[in-house]
Design a protein around this ligand. Structure first.
Ligand code: NI
Length: 268
């Protein structure tokens, strides 16, 4: 079995290969002599037992990660868990969310039952699932559009499948950027648009967590009907604050994450 570090490197390589902006942004920070430490890595899935959060978490649990907290995002109809690796403080947290499909409209539930749930015959083993992409069927653009009407998350997952949705740079560990505002203006100056839903910065120092993110790259995806450009993944930036007891807040805030999920919305 690979180590957690090898697995994380593999995930980052896969992620930057699909998202050209990630590679460019990573290089920009390296050119500023920054060595990047990631705060967390995020995955998305459906709540079907064959592929739910616990299935995706397995490769991390096997390598020593422990479940730390769980969350509910009412508006987006998601639940999530986060995992930490206490033996290695530089290891990013793993954040895995799942769509609570039973809360969707009957129409969307029927679509997902037919096009995803009934096509879960071959689930990639072990860590292979984390980068497997779409394992259900060649996506149909008509289905994608129909899911998009109700849940961007469902549409994204139906078309893209299992991929790291985002890596998140821990701004606290950057040497030349003492605030998230500085990071944001640096990104914009270099031509990377940010997700402005709910403001560029989600969360406040009083909530102990501020986050911002780029808009997802548009990538060409091969659909049944032909190829179409759709949003892929994004890069996130987090600044954490100390709580009253003096330790850094390590959790996530449902309210701001609701907005940051919109980084994969189609650019208008
Ligand atoms: Ni995140």
């Amino acid at each position: 079995m690979t180590t957690h570090k090898q697995l994380l490197d593999h995930l980052f390589n896969d992620y930057q290969n699909i998202n050209p902006s990630v590679k460019k942004i990573h290089r920009l920070f390296q050119n500023e002599n920054e060595s990047i430490i990631n705060d967390h890595i995020a995955f998305r899935t459906f709540n079907y037992p064959e592929i739910n959060i616990d299935v995706l978490a397995k490769p991390f649990l096997e390598r020593g990660y422990k479940e730390t907290a769980n969350y509910r995002f009412e508006q987006k109809k998601l639940t999530a868990k986060h995992y930490e690796y206490s033996d290695d403080p530089s290891a990013p947290k793993i954040f895995i969310s799942q769509l609570e499909t039973q809360l969707l409209s009957q129409k969307s539930q029927d679509i997902l039952n037919k096009h995803v749930k009934s096509n879960l015959n071959q689930i990639p083993d072990r860590e292979e699932i984390l980068t497997a992409g779409n394992i259900w069927e060649k996506p149909k653009y008509k289905i994608y559009e129909s899911l998009l009407e109700e849940s961007e998350y469902a549409a994204w997952l139906y078309a893209i499948g299992f991929k790291v949705n985002h890596f998140t740079v821990l701004v606290n560990t950057l040497n030349n950027f003492e605030s998230l505002e500085k990071v944001n203006s640096f990104l914009k100056q270099n031509g990377f648009p940010l997700n402005t839903s709910g403001g560029e910065i989600k969360g406040t120092p009083q909530e102990f967590l501020e986050q911002s993110s780029t808009l997802a790259d548009m990538i060409e995806v091969e659909f049944y009907e032909g190829s179409y450009q759709i949003p892929s993944c994004y890069y996130e930036f987090a600044r954490r604050y100390k709580m009253k007891n003096g330790s850094l807040f390590n959790g996530f805030i449902a309210k701001s994450a609701d907005k940051i999920f919109e980084s994969t919305n189609i650019k208008k």
